[in-house]
Design a protein around this ligand. Structure first.
Ligand code: COA
Length: 268
């Protein structure tokens, strides 16, 4: 090989990708012509194809869609939405307002699905090593509790009982009955929920991140993708709120009305 060939090969490998094959007049994604995707695929299945690299079955796609729909919005009470609305009044474009909201999704708000999937996988691995069901969940939850008071995917600041939990888990039950998913992570999720509520007068039920984490684990998603797809779903609500706020005409809307000042705690 001469130097030119080596350089060309190095350049071709620089952004080598298994996702898209783009050439003049041609767009293929994960081996599918873009015309096929446009004409025959739905958006949710295309998200799966792009992120997971495989074609979902109808049942998988339905379950994935439900997790996405459940996550689209939680109103201006959610920091991701409030921040995007505030950003929209600052003279930036919708894309920047959306990025502001998405950037707030982290371990505590909106991003806990990732750790919850990790938790579910950790318990399953312990079971696979021979520890009995139930005991494995207790051991792993105890170990997590040494690191954090808050187990990801459970509890909610607003809802004593997250209204997204039951419909999502109902769909997992239906998918189990169809043979589309195994149901092991649903069982584990419910075990964690029972452990967290033991001895408490007020239960700590699963929240949307927990219920969707069960879905993502049942569907075989790697844990970090749970956060990625949550960000995709929440972007829908963020977009709608940023757009609504940008149409309100208010310029530079701060976090609270101008008539109220934050309490000053310094020396007088
Ligand atoms: C969502 C969250 C921030 C709400 O917290 P909060 O409203 O401040 O709840 P509090 O801190 O007042 O908790 C009330 C009690 O429930 C307990 N609790 C709440 N969430 C818990 C959790 N996920 N795991 C274990 N205990 C929890 C607290 O320890 C506290 O117990 P105490 O009264 O014995 O001290 C919290 O539940 C949490 O961090 N959950 C994990 C992260 C997560 O899933 N985020 C996504 C939210 S949709």
């Amino acid at each position: 090989m001469n130097d030119d060939t080596i350089l060309k090969s190095e350049l071709e490998n620089w952004w080598a990708t298994g996702i898209s094959d783009i050439r003049p007049g041609r767009i293929r994604l994960r081996g599918h012509e873009i015309s096929e995707l446009i004409l025959d695929w739905d958006f949710v299945s295309v998200i799966w194809l792009m992120a997971m690299g495989t074609t979902p079955t109808d049942s998988q796609s339905r379950l994935f869609e439900a997790a996405l729909v459940a996550s689209v919005d939680h109103g201006p009470q959610a920091p991701s939405i409030a921040a995007a609305r505030m950003a929209a009044t600052c003279g930036i474009g919708l894309n920047s307002a959306m990025a502001t909201g998405v950037n707030l999704l982290g371990d505590v708000h909106g991003g806990a699905g990732q750790q919850c999937v990790e938790l579910l996988y950790e318990i399953r691995e312990l079971e696979d090593s021979g520890v009995t069901a139930g005991e494995a969940a207790q051991k792993v939850v105890d170990a997590w509790r040494l690191r954090t008071k808050y187990i990801p995917g459970f509890g909610h600041r607003f809802h004593a009982y997250d209204p997204r939990r039951d419909p999502l888990l109902g769909l997992v039950d239906a998918a189990i009955a169809e043979g589309a998913v195994g149901g092991r992570y649903l069982r584990i999720g419910k075990e964690i929920e029972a452990i967290l509520s033991q001895g408490r007068t007020r239960a700590i039920p699963m929240n949307v991140d927990g219920a969707t984490a069960i879905i993502y684990a049942e569907l075989g998603f790697p844990a970090p993708l749970a956060r990625g797809v949550f960000a995709l779903a929440r972007s829908v609500g963020i977009l709608a709120h940023a757009w609504e706020e940008s149409n309100n005409g208010t310029r530079i809307k701060g976090p609270m009305p101008r008539s109220i000042n934050p309490r000053y705690l310094g020396s007088t």
